[in-house]
Ligand binder design. Structure first.
Ligand SMILES: [Zn+2]
Length: 255
């Protein structure tokens, strides 16, 4: 087993997760960088739950010419520092831009560090306000085109997509047309998942519509990468919509 480092900045790094979750996990400082497709790497941070389970959190590194684009930071400042070291050692290209896919700490925990390194940090127009409220790093640039569910914005050769409210009101996805990969982030649940995860800041009622919009546009994707599960395919949209309907029905029954 790898040693688990207790971070003094833990509470800060976890800004944006629920109080229960904060009490139940630490985040390992080491980050994995795994080749995923031509010019694409998966970066993975791990939270360690109280029962010892390692809970993964993925983002992407994408080569765009002579520079790199990051889809989400690692889960915290120290983790992002380690990610930058790994990128330097294994890829050796500078990072020009970062797309953070919503305001939670597992997505933008290292955004200030990347901005200080000279990368432009981009997000949905709602993200800066939500991040500020939670005391998280605040992205400097926003995709003004992303207003209504289904809107897209170009980002170099990539496409950024707003499925509308789901896991959060500001969640966005990133499409890699060349490799036919969709980074779907937290709005999409894994094949093994039987529940919706953290729904506290989101919109269960709109979630199935968000999945339908994503499926309409990226239903032929080769890979769909969700934040906290193994990369899979576009079947995850329907699976997630089903789980969202179940959760909404259960919530209604409890009222
Ligand atoms: Zn989240």
């Amino acid at each position: 087993m790898r040693p688990i480092q207790i971070l003094p900045l833990l509470c800060l790094l976890l800004a944006g997760t629920s109080a229960t979750t904060q009490a139940q996990m630490n985040i390992e400082s080491e980050v994995e960088l795994t080749p995923f497709a031509d010019g694409v790497w998966l970066h993975t941070s791990y939270a360690v739950l109280r029962d010892g389970t390692r809970f993964p959190s993925h983002g992407l590194v994408v080569r765009e010419g002579d520079t790199l684009v990051l889809v989400d930071t690692a889960w915290g400042v120290e983790q992002t520092e380690n990610l930058l070291e790994a990128i330097d050692a294994e890829i050796g290209l500078p990072i020009s831009g970062v797309v953070v896919t919503h305001f939670h700490a597992d997505r933008l925990g290292g955004a200030d560090l990347l901005a200080a390194e000279g990368a432009e940090v981009w997000a949905h127009p709602l993200t800066p306000g939500l991040a500020k409220e939670r005391g998280g790093a605040v992205p400097e640039f926003v995709f003004e085109e992303l207003q209504a569910p289904g809107d897209t914005a170009p980002f170099g050769n990539l496409e950024v997509f707003y499925p509308g409210p789901a896991h959060t009101y500001d969640n966005i996805m990133v499409w890699l047309p060349e490799q036919q990969i969709l980074f779907a982030g937290c709005p999409v649940r894994g094949a093994e998942d039987k529940n919706m995860g953290n729904v506290r800041d989101g919109d269960l009622a709109h979630w199935p519509t968000a999945m339908k919009l994503a499926d309409e546009r990226y239903g032929s994707a080769k890979h769909v990468v969700a934040s906290h599960s193994e990369p899979a395919g576009p079947e995850l949209f329907g699976h997630t919509a089903y789980l969202a309907r179940l959760a909404a029905d259960e919530a209604a029954a409890e009222e």
